[in-house]
Design a protein around this ligand. Structure first.
Ligand code: SAH
Length: 274
């Protein structure tokens, strides 16, 4: 480990398994002229194999000691951004590019910030073509879960609303130094050009989904009491005695659009009276 002492607070578990690194690079399939950003390069387990294949690479790293080591390599193809990825404006990486260039995002993420980081990146989804992340296996299972499964929840609905989500492969703790206490897996997220089911108000969808899952064992009728009546849920073709975990992403969008549909119905009725 090149006499480096890893820091727990930055979630540092460095990949040291060549077969995992190769498999991940194969999945990413980087092309020379692509715009790629790596989050949390650490000592470069992924960074240098990526640099072998592409013309330039942006990395976002918070740890000054790690940054100093990367700088020592003096690699002109490496652009280091020494900031917190949660606060980084990813748009700055595309400023001098033509408007159809998109970012590819990769990273063996610090697990303590993985969910907020995914939500931060989703704000840039129109500028991102895909994302490959190493995450806690349990989180990848939750994100890729199907309706009806125990792990299907708020995280699954919201990430699947914005992206096609794929579980690529499992990685055991022994592939890292130091080994984490949990299993890991590779997740691929591909933001939809347009979500397959479009919510009229995405903020509202997010609130409704949070509310629907607020008490996992309660029915929609109970959890959504403050937002929708049982009659409204039923009129949308959804059984109000179901639990949120058995609804599809499309069902959540249907429920979220009820209010705005009511409003637009009223408007169109008013229009036809004129
Ligand atoms: N990619 C390397 C390191 C993974 S460990 C490898 O696979 O070996 C996670 C890395 O993310 C560490 O380098 C850590 O310093 C960095 N990191 C932790 N929190 C961060 C944050 N908020 N923003 C950017 N990088 C962060």
């Amino acid at each position: 480990m090149q006499d480096y002492k890893t820091k727990k607070r930055f979630g540092q578990h460095f990949l040291n398994d060549h077969s995992v690194i190769e498999k991940l690079i194969y999945e990413i399939n980087p092309k020379p002229n692509e715009k790629i950003v790596e989050i949390g390069p650490g000592l470069g387990a992924l960074t240098f194999p990526l640099l072998d294949k592409i013309d330039s690479l942006n990395v976002v790293e918070i740890d000054r000691d790690v940054i100093a080591r990367l700088q020592q390599k003096n690699n002109p193809k490496l652009n280091i951004h020494g900031v917190d990825a949660l606060k980084f404006d990813f748009r700055t990486l595309l400023q001098d590019e033509s408007s159809d260039t998109k970012l590819r995002v990769v990273g063996n993420l610090p697990y303590n910030i993985s969910t907020p980081l995914i939500f931060h990146l989703l704000e840039y989804r129109h500028q991102i073509s895909d994302m490959h992340f190493m995450l806690q296996n349990e989180v990848v299972n939750r994100i890729t879960a199907d309706p009806g499964s125990k792990t299907f929840g708020r995280l699954s609905v919201m990430v699947q609303y914005f992206c096609n989500c794929e579980y690529l492969f499992f990685v055991g703790p022994e592939s890292f130094s130091p080994p984490p206490k949990v299993d890991s897996a590779i997740l691929k997220l591909t933001p939809w050009d347009k979500p397959p089911h479009q919510a009229n108000d995405e903020e509202h969808l997010s609130r409704l989904v949070a509310q629907a899952f607020s008490m996992r064992r309660k029915t929609l009728r109970n959890n959504l009491k403050k937002m929708l009546t049982a009659e409204q849920i039923e009129a949308a073709g959804i059984d109000p005695s179901l639990r949120a975990e058995s609804l599809s992403v499309k069902d959540f969008v249907t429920l979220s659009n009820i209010e705005s549909n009511i409003e637009s119905n009223i408007e169109s009725k008013n229009d036809s009276k004129k």
